[in-house]
Design a protein around this ligand. Sequence first.
Ligand SMILES: NC(=O)c1ccc[n+]([C@@H]2O[C@H](COP(=O)([O-])OP(=O)(O)OC[C@H]3O[C@@H](n4cnc5c(N)ncnc54)[C@H](OP(=O)(O)O)[C@@H]3O)[C@@H](O)[C@H]2O)c1
Length: 320
Amino acid sequence: METRELGRSGIKVPALCLGGNVFGWTADETRSFELLDALLESGLNFVDTADVYSKWAPGNHGGESETILGKWFAARRNRDRVVLATKVGLPMGEGKQGLSRKYIRQAVEDSLRRLQTSYIDLYQSHRDDESTPQEETLGVYAELIAEGKVRAIGASNFTAARLHSALEASRKHNLPRYESLQPEYNLYDRAGYEAALEGVCVSNGLGVIPYFSLASGFLSAKYGTAEEAAKVPRAGMLKKYFNPRGMRILAALQEVAREVKAKPAQVALAWLMARPGITAPIASATTVEQLRELAASTRLELTHNAIEKLSRASAEIVAA
Ligand SMILES: NC(=O)c1ccc[n+]([C@@H]2O[C@H](COP(=O)([O-])OP(=O)(O)OC[C@H]3O[C@@H](n4cnc5c(N)ncnc54)[C@H](OP(=O)(O)O)[C@@H]3O)[C@@H](O)[C@H]2O)c1
């Protein structure tokens, strides 16, 4: 397995991360075990989850994804083979949210218990919390690293200004720094990362692990029409993509896919992998076949021309 370092954490990861928000949602426990087994068989070992996954599914309360992962680690006795990323901060009910020292101390114990492990490789702030001083959050992360409960920390959904100020706070107070950023970024949703975050990440040597890499499955080009996409569990997230720009992106993806004899989902991931600062896109799968297809994208290298074709088709304004 070819690996790269996640920021300056010393942690080596492959070029693709499996998203865990499907565990306990669109993938039940049996299917989740199959997906995780297939991930290791494919030569990959990087998994992203969060305490809150998959709270939105009917009957769930949050913690389902971590619980399934914990059961899998226990059943397979393979915790040491996996680079495990999870997150804290989104509402878990009864005031349980945010990035205060008090809450993180409680939330990390809950995650470790559900995950049936003594340590988390990458512990991420799921979103910014402006009501907590950044030194306080980084200070509790320093404690967790010293105690061996966390190896490295990352940020998700931060603005460039707040990521920059967190990095400054780490420097000034001699605290651990965010080694990675997890932004929304894919061929369709580009501006949020490319405008300012990319610069902060590249100039500070942060690892970048983008989420929604397949735009919730839209970039697999499997939905012929918006009506078709409206019938699936991800309908709410998919509908924004069915417009002329979305169709232009799909057409370019299909053209490049034909040229390189690959699937559109693989091409969409390969485009992301080629972008500045990207360490490993995160994508989820709900069947072993999908997972194998995604894993193969790590061996797909696009030509400069193919990358340009995709970048032009997905630009917000296309020159006449
Ligand atoms: N930090 C954050 O705030 C945040 C937010 C969202 C997600 N995330 C992370 O990012 C991960 C990825 O996001 P996501 O899973 O929501 O979206 P995604 O990776 O963009 O889309 C994944 C979905 O696309 C479909 N798919 C996958 N491979 C396919 C293939 N080869 N062919 C056709 N369809 C395929 C599957 O859905 P179907 O079952 O519909 O086929 C799969 O679950 C999450 O699991 C989570 O770890 C983080």
